[in-house]
Write a new protein. Structure first.
Length: 157
């Protein structure tokens, strides 16, 4: 099972479109906030995909929650934009939040900087920004879950 993770598109719906078109084998799509309007219509364009969306600090008046939990292929995933977990100061808060929820993966955005780390046995993954990178080019993540094993990868838009 492949999972697509996007964040921080910031009015770059063209980047979202390009990524969704390219990653056709990803049936689970996580959007981690900051301009949820860039992805909302794709729920109707790709009705066979499951979209998991949370609000970011720039999503004013959004009805999406700021965090969520999903279980995919037996792997528990905590996902959030990250601003309420102080991710610009490190990954300790989000790692603890995922651990408290018995999750295997924590997904977050907000920093616009891609990263993959393992902390206390939990994969902490930031896909970077697909619309406004602060380090290198615009990025997103693909996570392959096979037989309970987790294989995350950062990709360039």
């Amino acid at each position: 099972m492949k999972i697509l993770v996007l964040s921080d598109s910031h009015h770059r719906a063209d980047a979202v479109d390009k990524i969704l078109s390219r990653e056709q084998t990803c049936n689970e799509v996580f959007f981690l906030g900051d301009f949820v309007s860039d992805i909302e219509d794709y729920r109707y364009i790709y009705p066979k995909r499951n979209f998991h969306i949370v609000s970011g600090n720039c999503d004013y008046m959004s009805f999406y929650q700021n965090a969520g939990l999903e279980k995919i292929e037996g792997v528990s995933i905590f996902y959030t934009h990250g601003h309420t977990y102080y991710v610009k100061s490190g990954s300790d808060y989000i790692s603890n939040a995922a651990a408290q929820r018995n999750c295997h993966i924590a997904l977050y955005g907000h920093t616009h900087i891609p990263s993959i780390e393992i902390k206390n046995g939990i994969f902490i993954i930031n896909p970077g920004s697909c619309g406004q990178s602060r380090k290198g080019g615009e990025t997103y993540a693909v996570i392959d879950i096979t037989d309970g094993n987790i294989y995350p990868e950062i990709r360039l838009v």
